[in-house]
Ligand binder design. Sequence first.
Ligand code: ISC
Length: 373
Amino acid sequence: MVENRNDVSSFLSYCLQNNFPFFAYQLPETGRIQIGVQTDLDLKDYQVLSELDAVNGFVFSPFDSESRHKSWLIRSDISLQASEIKSNSIPLLEAYQLKKEEELPKEVMLESASTLYFNQVTEMIKDLKNGKLNKVILSRVQILEGMGLNDAVESFLKLSEAYHSAFVFLVAIPNVGTWIGASPETLLSSKNSEVETVALAGTQKLSDRLMSQVKWEDKDVKEQAFVSSYIEEVLAQHNVRDYKRTGPVSSQAGNVVHLKTTYLLSGKMSFPQLSSLVQDLHPTPAVCGLPKIKALELIREVEQHDREYYAGYLGPIESNGSISLFVNLRSMKVLENQMALFVGGGITADSLPDKEWEETCLKAQTLLNVIRS
Ligand SMILES: C=C(O[C@H]1C=CC=C(C(=O)O)[C@@H]1O)C(=O)O
């Protein structure tokens, strides 16, 4: 990064230590960090995105809309680019004294035991073989001890420096959580008259191959096709028939490669139209499964951890109707003295438990390689 890395780090750390709701993110291929700070603790929650028409801010929504976790909007009362931050930027925030909440007991999360994961994946494969459903995503939690809130800003900055093609983020909402990540998956983005969504699935290690040397097995092709067909179905339900589809092609995300189909929708869409598309796209079969309801029920029944905001969506929205929403993947919840990394993978009838486990380890490495460097 830039010469003012220390100033950016101090500014974000000040926000975190002083209880500000805030966000910092780097959109893919921009190399620019945008920061937004809400100067009070009056956070707005929402049920459907369309309630947020004509506001500037950042949305943070859970995986399961029927869970106890709410969808939040962080207003950007102070909005600035990281490059604008100077050593004297903190006084901008000192004018606002946010009440420190009562000290809650420190939250602790448990790692998913590998034996539990293997039992769960085996149970799911049985249901898939019986034809109860076509695909389901099983996730697990990996705990990083010895890292915590004091490492959040540095980890975010390292991710932003390492991953230019990802959506890299740091989001903090008092009493809700602090999350960082580097997501490879756009849920829906709209700028000017271009609307984009993607179907992402299938994972393998890149190793020292060129992207053109990557070959895909049938299992991955099928797994990704489930996501594409779901997206096309949702687009059809919304009467969106005019779009350009590219792929599936191999797409790199750190040390792994995915199969990706990109959908570029022509014509401008209004904010209510975009909101209703988001409502129906989320959660896609890249993080939930197919059929959606059956997969959601199976995840609720089998997974023993709470996904919270993992596999939810997040990103900036603007008063002019532009949105850039991404799926909350390759991410972790930052606790006082722990980081809880969430990783999952698509399970189909052809899945092999050992390979699925390995795949989650590979995905975890995309974050670990960078934040531990
Ligand atoms: C659910 C995750 O990844 C999804 C996105 C891309 C590839 C995936 C896969 O190959 O299973 C997953 O569907 C995750 O990283 O936790």
